[in-house]
Write a protein that binds this ligand. Structure first.
Ligand SMILES: Cc1cc2nc3c(=O)[nH]c(=O)nc-3n(C[C@H](O)[C@H](O)[C@H](O)COP(=O)(O)O)c2cc1C
Length: 308
């Protein structure tokens, strides 16, 4: 029996629920000779801003126990260059859904990026990265303030001609509460989690290891926390969830689906194995076959909690 690996997320049909996470898969097209793009559900681009950005100086990636710390500083080519050079070649892979990760330092910047992307063909949906500092709110992340988040999502929903997935930051007291705010403001789905604010110090030099001093922790180290956050969010909202945080094996992906995710994103694993996303897509299918799961969609939220 070949399991049915299709899932539908915010009206978007994916060939399977495994998606490459933002910032770890370039603009997708760079991976065409490494990964069979038609074998993965899709990918999320590196965060795209209105103008190109060079990011932070090196060092901006540090390996940690069971994970990595990054402070890339949102380096990207800017929306115009993305639409001109990076997006068009993806037409060769129609089965691989393209999600564009959008960010800005003001609400107006977010809106302008979405308005430009609306004019392009070949994009399945937008992932709104609300983890970046809001210049009007003194540098605090949009996603860390309920009022700012509500306003941004409502404005983005007004202009977006495509499904809007709000990517939540875990650096808040209750991510489930933020998901409820995003849902009420019109988000079609939420994705979580982004990286956890962290730092690394070199005791010999007495200096921070990252030029930016702090960065975002990702990889297996965060998996149990991300899983708990997905579970709590699934209990709080009805909109679909893309779950991520430290997924390396097919079994990890299954855990996120059971916790309530409709699809999963794979990030840091691609640094250790550039074929990780394809390996996971195949591995999840094998897992379904060996566990007599006819439809992968049936795993979403199928966590069994013992009663007594
Ligand atoms: C090097 C690097 C760059 C990232 N860049 C972005 C980004 O531009 N936008 C975004 O929303 N998330 C970004 N992320 C976060 C990932 O998409 C993902 O949410 C996070 O790493 C947790 O998943 P993982 O443990 O599978 O990596 C980045 C992560 C890494 C490691």
């Amino acid at each position: 029996m070949k399991p049915d690996m299709r899932v539908t997320l915010a009206g978007i049909e994916l060939a399977n629920p495994v998606i490459a996470a933002s910032g770890t898969f370039g603009y997708g097209i760079e991976f065409e000779e490494i990964v069979s793009l038609e074998r993965i559900g899709g990918f999320v681009t590196k965060g795209i801003s209105l103008a190109p950005m060079t990011g932070h100086p090196a060092p901006r990636i540090i390996q940690t126990a069971a994970g990595m710390l990054n402070a890339i500083g949102l380096q990207n080519v800017g929306v115009d260059d993305y639409m001109l050079r990076k997006l068009p070649p993806m037409k060769r892979y129609p089965g691989c859904k393209v999600f564009v990760n959008v960010f800005g330092s003001t609400v107006s910047e977010y809106i302008q990026v979405i308005e430009r992307l609306n004019q392009a063909e070949g994009i399945a949906g937008y992932e709104l990265n609300v983890s970046c500092p809001n210049v009007h709110a003194g540098g605090q992340a949009f996603g860390a303030d309920a009022g700012e988040l509500e306003y941004l999502v409502r404005k983005a929903r007004e202009v977006s001609m495509r499904p809007l997935i709000v990517k939540l930051t875990p650096n808040v007291t209750s991510i489930a509460h933020m998901a409820m705010i995003a849902a009420e403001a019109g988000a079609d789905a939420v994705s979580l989690t982004n990286t956890f604010l962290a730092m690394s110090i070199d005791a010999e030099t007495r200096r921070p290891r990252l030029s930016n001093i702090t960065g975002g922790l990702s990889g297996p180290a965060i998996k149990p926390i991300a899983l708990r956050m997905v579970y709590e969010t699934a209990c709080a909202v009805k909109i679909p969830i893309m779950g991520m945080g430290g997924i390396v094996t097919a079994e990890d992906a299954v855990e996120f689906l059971l916790a309530g995710a409709t699809a999963v994103e794979v990030g840091t694993a691609s640094y250790a194995d550039p074929r990780a996303v394809e390996r996971l897509a195949r591995g999840l299918e094998s897992w379904c076959r060996s566990h007599q799961v006819e439809k992968v969609a049936s795993l979403t939220g199928a966590l069994e909690i013992p009663q007594n």
